[in-house]
Design a protein around this ligand. Structure first.
Ligand SMILES: Nc1nc2c(ncn2[C@@H]2O[C@H](COP(=O)(O)OP(=O)(O)OP(=O)(O)O)[C@@H](O)[C@H]2O)c(=O)[nH]1
Ligand SMILES: [Mg+2]
Length: 233
């Protein structure tokens, strides 16, 4: 599987994400009203009015599109697929003015040609490194296969650039309650050295598990500034 070549950049370390102040005041966003806005092939074509957005990332087939559908209660909003990794676009869903969820197609899927994969990774890296509106990342890992190489690359990059990361252990319905809990604790231990920067929860789109917890995290990230931020451009 190809590696994401993410490298921390000096400019990121002094970027806006470090100056965000958590006022402690958050509000609930209208997830059910999410609507598809645009599919951007590159950073330049992402919405310019974005004030805050959260990107859903993770390996192909981890359940990103399903999670967005579950979160919004709209089962056909983001496409889900049994033949993963085909669409290489940043898919934007608007929650309200300037606030978006972004479905980022999975990295590291072998059926896309090596050239296409390289091109897409470059676009993805540029987006992650330069997108000012990015308020945090939600990374999905299949609970049965956590910490694959590309997941570890993302965790290291988030740690180095101080980008917030919320991990969903997806397909929790595939394990018994006890086994899922054990897996959750193990993954939490695995990221404990990153402190508050990385959080972890169980999630199942099939069983609607973990939706309230996810909404609470996103409400915090996407509304904490009280509208004080400037749009992307
Ligand atoms: N059992 C179970 N299956 C799930 C769950 N979430 C997603 N799936 C299934 O996993 C497959 C992939 O889901 P997607 O949501 O399309 O995955 P994705 O991460 O968006 O994949 P890409 O778009 O290729 O990156 C589909 O067949 C889903 O039905 C879940 O919570 N439980
Ligand atoms: Mg998808």
């Amino acid at each position: 599987m190809p590696k994401l070549g993410l490298r921390p950049r000096g400019s990121l370390l002094s970027g806006r994400r470090h100056h965000r102040k958590d006022s402690g005041l958050t509000r609930s966003l209208p997830y059910q009203q999410a609507s598809y806005t645009v599919s951007a092939p590159s950073l330049e074509l992402c919405p310019r009015d974005a004030v805050a957005e959260v990107a859903f990332i993770g390996r192909s087939n981890a359940g990103k599109s399903s999670a967005i559908n579950t979160l919004t209660g709209q089962h056909k909003l983001a496409r889900t697929s049994k033949t993963p990794g085909r669409t290489q676009l940043l898919n934007y869903f608007r929650l309200e003015d300037g606030i978006y969820l972004v479905d980022v197609p999975g990295f590291g899927y072998a059926k896309v040609s090596a050239d296409l994969q390289r091109q897409w990774q470059q676009q993805l890296e540029r987006y992650l490194q330069k997108r000012k509106a990015l308020a945090g990342l939600v990374m999905l890992m299949d609970i049965r296969h956590p910490f694959m190489e590309s997941d570890q690359t993302m965790i290291a990059w988030c740690s180095q650039t101080r980008q917030r990361l919320h991990i969903l252990l997806t397909k929790a319905d595939k394990l018994s309650f006890g086994a899922a809990k054990t897996a959750l604790l193990a993954v939490r231990r695995g990221v404990a050295t990153h402190g508050d920067l990385i959080s972890v929860q169980l999630f199942s789109s099939l069983k609607n598990q973990g939706v309230d917890e996810l909404r609470a995290t996103l409400d915090g990230w996407l509304t904490e500034t009280g509208g004080a931020m400037e749009p992307e451009s």
